[in-house]
Design a protein around this ligand. Structure first.
Ligand code: C5P
Length: 220
């Protein structure tokens, strides 16, 4: 089959990662978690003492770290300057700072270029998940999915994933991050005009996966 490019966007806690990985694995496609890339560059900024409240400082450093993503859906990897950062990029500190870093346009330009290179070199096709994949990174994707869910469902799913977190504070942090991601000037979180919206509130993960797999197969 010809390579198929699938863009999956939406706010946090909608099941983007679980869905994207499973769909890619089931269909033999590569998988790219673009949120992990923004988290990785944020981790590097924090580790190198860059002031997160200073967009000029972030822009000046944006080209320094080398970020490499492994695209096997069975075991995606992420390194910064050769260091495995899969664990450290999931801390609350990185999570609370990633929106500020990813709002800087020099950061987005750099990461977007990386994403396009990875997508273009995926032989059998790729599932790319993020916030601006359908609108900005891969506007010519064969299929665009926009996942949504109620804030309650999203917070419940996220706090189930993060050890020691309660639903209430997770909900507040999630709403704050989505508001920042949706209101930034450079390629905000948005549904592409030609994206298929899937509301996952009342669906199981298996149902969402099946729905997306069917949509991809129709395009192939
Ligand atoms: O998907 P995840 O929650 O790991 O994404 C972390 C953050 O990375 C988002 O809150 C957003 O600030 C940023 N991001 C982005 N564009 C993308 C993917 C993620 O700005 N395509």
């Amino acid at each position: 089959p010809t390579p198929v490019i699938v863009a999956i966007d939406g706010p946090s806690g909608t099941g983007k990662s679980s869905t994207s990985k499973a769909v890619a694995a089931q269909l033999g496609l590569s998988y790219l978690d673009t949120g992990a890339q923004y988290r990785a560059i944020t981790w590097w900024m924090v580790s190198n003492g860059i002031d997160i409240d200073d967009p000029a400082a972030i822009a000046a450093a944006a080209g320094k770290p080398e970020i490499v993503s492994g695209t096997d859906p069975q075991g995606p990897t992420i390194t910064v300057d050769g260091v495995d950062v899969a664990g450290p990029i999931r801390t609350q500190e990185v999570t609370s700072k990633v929106s500020a870093v990813s709002a800087v346009s020099d950061v987005r330009a750099r990461i977007t270029e990386l994403q396009r290179t990875i997508a273009a070199s995926a032989q059998d096709g790729i599932v790319v998940e993020g916030r601006d994949i359908g609108t900005t990174v891969l506007p010519d994707a064969d299929l665009k999915i926009f996942l949504t869910a109620s804030p309650e469902a999203r917070a419940a799913r996220r706090s189930g994933e993060v050890k020691g977190s309660d639903v209430h504070s997770t909900r507040e942090a999630l709403i704050k991050r989505d508001a920042a991601d949706s209101s930034r000037k450079t390629s905000p979180l948005a549904k592409a005009g030609d994206a298929v919206e899937v509301d996952t509130t009342e669906l199981t993960l298996a149902q969402v996966i099946e729905c997306v797999v069917t949509l991809v197969e129709e395009k192939r």
